[in-house]
Design a protein around this ligand. Structure first.
Ligand code: COA
Length: 325
């Protein structure tokens, strides 16, 4: 007899926990879920975010994952969430689609090589990657040069977020619209400063008058032999603040020997803004990792669901929304 129980914990502003599956007092499966505040313009709502599900290898293909997800949905609907969403991998995606989740589409992958020659040398055995990087580097250099006189902002690396987030959240939400997790100061602290998983670098930019102009969280790791950085989140007071902030981050990452800078976003506006700083958007036909998002809407509040939330372009997601980095 399988038992499914909800263990809560987590981010101060969310009701979070694990749905756990037990068979004869043995823990055989776990599905974490954060129930968080979301907003889209002036509309506030609540949504459940499912993160890395795992079922013990000896207990797979017995419906445990499906039961865990259904139990999470019941918990989310009980807490008045309007939807449950997740970013599945190739293994879990078929199961979610079978359970009636809507495929919202893929988030866009953007790359900015910092050491194109070193990358090409390391990855030359993979001709596709080498040619992508060569093309990307040439493209990036062509674009970034004209932008090098687009103004400057004092940028510092800090762990002091106070006052920054609250002031930048609103402008960022209107520059890059879509249904988004409300990124409050305590969300930023919980997600980046208090994370037990890794250290994030936080960059802040201020205007010449000392007002908040930009904020970004960056993670670094070595992946597939390449020193790789990830743009987890970025918030700005105006579009013009984004290039100088990114330029400064690139400078710091280059000094640290980072070879590749990656961003993943659902937002066309963010994609455009990053391309202006020399990021290259990987076309969908390139056979690299796919960043899927799926969602199921609460049938009890169907009329409150905005039509644009059924497509990826109606959401605002960055790598910070995903728990794997
Ligand atoms: C993915 C995972 C959670 C599935 O757990 P599970 O309890 O075996 O899944 P279920 O028995 O509920 O399967 C439900 C449906 O999902 C799909 N599915 C499950 N495992 C699959 C697999 N390996 N390949 C393809 N489809 C799969 C099938 O459609 C399945 O229905 P079916 O058995 O009637 O064909 C499990 O394989 C796992 O823990 N994998 C490693 C961790 C992981 O990759 N997690 C995903 C992180 S996002």
């Amino acid at each position: 007899m399988n038992a499914y129980n909800w263990w809560s914990f987590g981010c101060p502003e969310s009701t979070s926990g694990f749905m756990v599956a037990e068979v004869e007092d043995q823990l055989v499966g776990v599905q974490p879920m954060e129930i968080m505040s979301y907003k889209d313009g002036s509309r506030n709502t609540k949504g459940g975010l499912l993160t890395g599900v795992a079922v013990h290898p000896d207990y797979r293909r017995r419906g445990i994952f499906s039961d865990l997800v259904r139990a999470c949905e019941q918990e989310a609907w009980r807490q008045n969430a309007a939807f449950v969403t997740t970013m599945p991998n190739e293994r879990s995606r078929p199961g979610f689609l079978k359970m009636g989740y809507i495929d919202l589409g893929c988030r866009q992958l953007l790359l900015r090589p910092l050491a194109p020659r070193a990358i090409a040398k390391k990855k030359l055995s993979i001709p596709l990657i080498a040619s992508l990087i060569g093309f990307s580097a040439a493209f990036a250099q062509g674009i970034v040069k004209p932008l090098s006189h687009d103004g400057d902002l004092p940028v510092t690396e800090t762990s002091d977020l106070e006052g920054m987030v609250a002031q930048l959240e609103e402008s960022t939400a209107s520059l890059f619209p879509g249904l988004r997790v409300r990124r409050t100061p305590s969300w930023w602290r919980w997600r980046y400063l208090q994370s037990p998983a890794r250290d994030y670098s936080i960059f802040t930019a201020t205007t010449k008058k000392g007002q908040p102009a930009g904020l970004a969280a960056v993670a670094t790791e070595t992946r597939d032999g390449l020193s790789t950085a990830y743009l987890m989140d970025i918030a700005v007071n105006a579009l013009e603040s984004l290039p100088p902030l990114v330029r400064k981050i690139l400078e710091v990452l280059s000094q640290r020997g980072v070879e590749l800078f990656c961003a993943v976003t659902s937002s066309d506006a963010m994609s455009r803004a990053l391309r202006r700083t020399g990021f290259w958007q990987v076309p969908t036909w390139v056979p690299v990792k796919r960043f899927y998002t799926v969602a199921k809407f609460n049938p009890a509040v169907e009329t409150q669901i905005a039509p644009q939330w059924r497509k990826m372009s109606g959401w605002y997601q960055m790598l910070g929304d995903w728990d794997n980095v």
